[in-house]
Each structure stands twice: as C-alpha cells, then as structure tokens.
Design a protein around this ligand. Structure first.
Ligand code: CUA
Length: 179
C-alpha cells in the first residue's frame, strides 16, 4: 500500500483539531450553564398587559417578595415607564430566588449588576429568572432604552443574611421603603 500522501495527513490533523476545538467550546457552554446558571432566559409565558392592574398575579398588593413554603422566595415586579414596582427589595442571601417580571407599556431591561440576572421585559410576556445572592447591595438599572426618562429608571436590592431576613416584619419582607 502506498504511504499516505502528505496533503491527506495534514487534512486529517486539521479535522482532528477542529473536532477538539468544537468539543472544548461545547464543554464551556455546558459547564458555565450548569455551574454558573449562565444561559439565555427561556421562559415563554403570555399575559394580557392591559389587565395587569385589574386581576391576576401582578395586581399591586401582590408585587414584591413572597416566601414560599419550601423557603425559596418569589419576587414579582412590574417594569414600567419609568420605574420598577416595587423599586426597593430586601432579600435573603444563599436562598433560591425566582423573579417574575412583566411590563404594561414598552420593552424594558431587567439587570442586576454582578449577578446572572439579565433579561428583556417585553409587554405581553412574563420573564422568569432564577438566581441566588451573596450578601450585598445590588443596583437594578433598566438597560433597554424605553423613553425620555430611561436613565432614571432603576431600583435597588439589599441582600441580607438569612437570619436577619427572617426577623423582618411581613411588610418589610415584601418590599422596602422607596429610596
Ligand atoms: Cu425602562 Cu429603560
């Protein structure tokens, strides 16, 4: 049998290098999504943006943080021109937190600086994001241009140790006073 021509040997090596590169990139994507929960928000859930204030989970007195039976926390928020409702939250550290957020008017952005929380808020849809926090203060700016006062649209989240959170009254647990 003839020895392998040099061009074929080179091609085979490039093919192998490409396959290895693809395997490494795939491993990075899977690894970061599992280890750091970094993945695009993929919740598709519709809601009528004209009726948010009338009935259902986004009525005013249901907004804010709610402690679930299993100890996790669900936070319901509205993003609207030009504020988040509520615009101040106190949350426990090292606890599974689920944000559910929607908009009654235009597209806003929902970002918590230095966390994996980053999504668009589209009227007609409920965006859902899962995270856990370390103790600290987090700012929550709207990062999608939504009109003239877009730059003034932001909220803040204070994350406190679990035991400190459980000592708060039920009103403070739901939302803190406006800044
Ligand atoms: Cu809301 Cu920019």
């Amino acid at each position: 049998m003839d020895p392998e021509p040099p061009t074929e040997r080179t091609e085979r090596r490039w093919l192998l290098a490409m396959c290895l590169l693809l395997a490494v990139m795939m491993a990075v994507v899977v690894g970061t999504s599992l280890a750091h929960a970094l993945h695009p928000p993929s919740n598709v859930e519709t809601v009528d943006p004209l009726r948010l204030h009338l009935a259902g989970e986004f009525v005013e007195n249901n907004l804010g943080a709610e402690v679930e039976a299993d100890g996790s926390v669900t936070v319901r928020l509205l993003a609207q021109q030009y504020s988040f409702v509520p615009n101040c939250l106190i949350l426990p550290a090292d606890t599974p937190i689920k944000f559910r957020i929607t908009s009654p008017d235009v597209i806003h952005g929902f970002l918590l600086v230095a966390t994996n929380v980053n999504t668009m808020v589209v009227p007609g849809f409920v965006a859902e994001v899962h995270t856990r926090f370390a103790v600290g203060d987090y700012t929550m700016p709207c990062h999608e241009y939504c009109g003239l006062a877009h730059h003034d649209m932001w909220a803040r989240v204070a994350v406190v140790p679990k035991d400190q959170f459980s000592q708060l009254g039920s009103t403070q647990r739901r939302r803190c006073a406006a800044h």
